[in-house]
Design a protein around this ligand. Structure first.
Ligand code: ADP
Ligand code: MG
Length: 276
């Protein structure tokens, strides 16, 4: 793919929204693959016990596989659980296995329980441009670990009724973590997902989100696309499953926008490859 400016330091982006089914995992894996296709080195950390991001990236994550659970609970070095993603140069994944479901409880009694992921990332020596963390649909200790480890929060918002409901709670948690544990944390990116431009509802929600958040909302939105929802069952992102589809092009464009913003270049939507 075309080269994009690389960040000076690794950008650690936390993909969070405590609502399920809004497109966190889909966004994490497809954005990560897009950034890698643009030439970046990218690590996906799967922090959801469901392991959907691992599945979508074609990464083995049965119970015996070394996983992010071992990193968080057993202090295993991150480098020992990271696997290369087949077919996408520069893309890596730290998988989640089912044990992670217990970590939420096991972490409670551990030292520095909120900053175990941060420490693991700091000790990881491979050069990376981006780390994308796929959070579970809750605001428990796993998500707190992600918020402590990251600099940026990326919130996918589904263009549906009640899109903004519950976001207040996430934003308050971001404020709490910023105030106590991670002063640099901020919501940098809002991405509208499953956007259906033919419905009035979608455009009304989009307008509401834009007036509420302003600059953080990417110009590029992700359309509802069957190809996007089919890809995970083949252990692929839409970028390899159907590279020419509107879903693939929109994630490539969102990645371009994120990369340009990160180095302070304003994004020109008129040069977009797909409708923004
Ligand atoms: P979350 O991680 O927030 O729970 P997912 O990324 O798993 O959400 O998405 C929820 C469901 O919606 C999945 O079945 C996924 O395939 C589907 N989906 C996500 N984004 C799109 C899209 N742009 N078009 C069509 N289906 C989508
Ligand atoms: Mg998910």
């Amino acid at each position: 793919g075309e080269g994009l400016p690389r960040p000076e330091q690794t950008r650690v982006m936390v993909v969070a929204n405590q609502k399920g089914g809004v497109g966190k995992t889909t966004t994490t894996v497809n954005l990560a693959a897009s950034l890698a296709l643009h030439g970046a080195r990218v690590l996906v950390i799967d922090l959801d016990p469901q392991g959907n991001a691992s599945t979508a990236l074609g990464i083995d994550h049965h119970a015996e596989v070394p996983s992010i659970y071992d990193v968080l609970v057993e202090s295993k070095p991150l480098a020992e659980v990271v696997q290369p993603v087949p077919d996408v140069e520069g893309l890596f994944c730290a998988p989640a296995t089912i044990d992670l479901a217990g970590a939420e409880i096991e972490l409670v009694s551990l030292v520095a329980r909120e900053s175990r992921l941060e420490r693991a990332i700091q000790a990881y020596e491979q050069p990376l441009d981006y780390i994308l963390i796929d959070c579970p649909p809750s605001l428990g200790l796993l998500t707190v670990n992600a918020l402590v480890a990251g600099q940026e929060v990326l919130i996918p918002i589904q263009c549906e009724y009640y899109a903004l409901e519950g976001l207040g709670q996430l934003l308050r948690n971001v404020d709490l973590v910023r105030g106590h544990l991670n002063p640099g944390l901020h919501v940098s990116t809002i991405l509208l997902t499953m956007y259906d431009g033919r419905t009035r509802l979608a455009s009304q929600v989009a307008e509401e989100v834009r007036s509420h958040f302003g600059e953080e909302v990417l110009r590029t939105s992700i359309p509802r696309s069957v190809r996007i929802s089919e890809a995970p069952s083949y252990g692929q992102t839409v970028l390899t499953y159907d590279p020419g589809s509107s879903g693939a092009l929109s994630y490539l464009e969102a990645a371009r926008e994120i990369a340009l913003r990160g180095v302070g270049i304003s994004y020109d939507a008129s040069q977009a490859h797909v409708g923004a």
